[in-house]
Structures are given as C-alpha cells and as structure tokens.
Design a protein around this ligand. Sequence first.
Ligand code: 5GP
Length: 114
Amino acid sequence: MGDTLFGKIIRREIPADIVYEDDDVLAFRDINPQAPVHVLFIPKNPVATLNDLAPDDAVLVGKLVLAASAWAKREGFADNGYRCVMNCNRDGGQTVYHIHLHLLAGRALHWPPG
Ligand code: 5GP
C-alpha cells in the first residue's frame, strides 16, 4: 500500500503530539479534535482499511484496543467513559488510509453519530 501522513508521523518526518508508543502502536492527538480528548491509536505496521485486515492481524487490532483502554485508565477518564471509533472507506468517513482507532473523551458524546 502507499505511504500516508501517518507513516510520516511514525518516522518523525512530520510533528505530532505523541502520547503513547510501544513496539507495535503509536498514539497521538488528532490535529482537528472532535472532543476535549481526541487521540488516534495506529499500528506501526500499516494496513489501509478495516477491509484489508487478515486473520493474522487479530493480535494487532487487539493491541490497538488494549492500548487505548489502558491509556484511558492512566489518564483518569475511563470511569466517566469514552468512545472508540474506526472509520472505514468513504461512507465511514475515512480520510487517512492507514487504519486508526479514534479515542474520544472529555464530554458526553451523542448517539447516533452523524
Ligand atoms: P479518519 O477521517 O480517516 O477516520 O481520521 C483521520 C484523522 O486524522 C482525522 O480526525 C484528522 O483530523 C486527523 N489528521 C489528519 N491529518 C493529521 C495530521 O497531520 N496530524 C494529526 N495529528 N492528525 C491528523
């Protein structure tokens, strides 16, 4: 797949407000936050869309979710709650073709989303 701006963030070619990193996952604040807390959790090994995941990626996707939930607990908003979203393709609102989990928190979020 082609490189995206998230690849450039992983390689530190463009700046980002990085809040968490491990061997497989990088997390940084969204440049256009939709809530007081809006962080993107991405795999360092890029996959374009949810449609491109293979069975072997199960651990990778699990690591994204676990990294987000652990960070929410550490940051102290887990009990109040938060939302995790992964957008897929045009109708899902995906704009960057490197899968990412949005973590939104810090206000009551509406349902259904727009
Ligand atoms: P998507 O629409 O693909 O689900 O989410 C992509 C997200 O990436 C958007 O929320 C957008 O604000 C964020 N984004 C786009 N460009 C940049 C950037 O250069 N830096 C950061 N930190 N976030 C970005």
